[in-house]
Design a protein around this ligand. Structure first.
Ligand code: R5P
Length: 319
């Protein structure tokens, strides 16, 4: 069977039908594009979660009226607050409608950066949101979760099975094709191991820097070995760009060190507010990202590794 998409009404007409054991890919509207690519790769049916926003801001969530025993529920968790509530409504409803096993596919995992109380009294969002997600699903697939001080994904999201896909090799190979011989630069110490993995996959050199954050948009980046940037293209590589402050500070440092060109590649293109303008102003000539968050800079797709992870968790034949 090939991937298909039914409207909510068509899905509603399925009430009373019996289903075979084949799992479904069930997608929220904002995650439909990536979910479609996963469904196509796995030749699984693609079905819709529909969401209506009431005038007061509450959501009505509707699923197909009967579900197979296993589903992969695909939801974006950038801009997360309303989406987390919609996800909770969908996952609880999916159980009531017959889903025994829910694999949550969340390409970007939100609230992972606050992994400890930096000031007394602060909520440790990684732990709290992680427990919330674990209560909703049986397995989780995500991409480059921000776990710099947490060793394993299951420590953050205590779910029986969890897979973290890395986009670093995909991004680094893209950089190698677009800018052969570029130096990959990790803008902070936390990104070093991740950038190294990408560099090794793509056969590129890599370097490190140190970052000090003074506020949401105030960041200082100091290169560990500035001489390595001189006279060459430097590509900044990071798991997430939010305000763009980190990449902008790293770009200025690379320029000051004599880089002939500075580009940047990130997994999660949050790029809030004027982030892209801020990066252009800092001298970033080219921006690439993975398709975990839809953005004009999307240049590589994580559909293939996500589909492979979903196939394994759904125990599909050949996985
Ligand atoms: C932090 O460790 C992350 O890897 C990113 O460098 C950071 O979250 C990016 O945020 P912003 O774009 O706001 O500097």
């Amino acid at each position: 069977m090939t991937a298909k998409h039914l409207s909510a009404d068509q899905s509603a007409q399925r009430i009373g039908q019996s289903f075979g054991p084949q799992p479904w890919i069930l997608a929220f509207p904002e995650a439909r594009a990536l979910a479609g690519r996963i469904a196509s790769r796995l030749s699984l049916p693609l079905e819709a979660v529909s969401v209506h926003r009431f005038p007061d801001g509450e959501r009505r969530v509707r699923l197909p009226a009967a579900l197979p025993p296993e589903i992969a529920l695909v939801q974006r968790l950038d801009d997360p607050d309303a989406r987390l509530v919609a996800l909770m409504l969908a996952a609880e409803t999916a159980r009531e409608l017959g889903a025994h096993r829910i694999v949550l596919v969340a390409p970007y995992l939100c609230y992972m950066r606050q992994d400890r109380a930096f000031q007394p009294g602060e909520a440790v969002s990684q732990r709290i949101v992680g427990r919330f997600l674990a209560r909703l699903c049986d397995a989780l697939v995500t991409v480059d979760p921000h776990l710099h001080r947490t060793r394993r994904l299951q420590e953050a999201v205590p779910v029986p099975e969890a897979v973290a896909v890395s986009a670093a090799p995909l991004l680094a190979r893209h950089v190698a094709a677009a800018r052969p011989g570029a130096l990959l630069l990790a803008p902070d110490a936390e990104a070093a191991a991740w950038v190294r993995a990408g560099a090794e996959a793509a056969g590129l050199e890599w370097a490190t820097a140190h970052k000090e954050r003074r506020g949401d948009r105030e960041v200082e980046v100091v290169l560990d070995d500035p001489a390595r940037c001189r006279g060459r293209c430097v590509c900044l590589l990071d798991d997430v760009a939010s305000t763009g402050a980190t990449l902008a500070a790293a770009a200025r440092a690379a320029r000051a060190a004599g880089a002939t060109e500075v580009c940047a590649a990130v997994t999660h293109a949050l790029f809030v507010g004027d982030a892209v303008g801020r990066l252009r102003a800092a001298g970033v000539s080219e921006l690439w990202s993975a398709d975990t968050v839809p953005h004009p800079t999307n240049a590589v797709s994580v559909a293939a590794p996500l589909a492979a992870a979903v196939a394994g968790l759904l125990r599909l034949e050949g996985a």
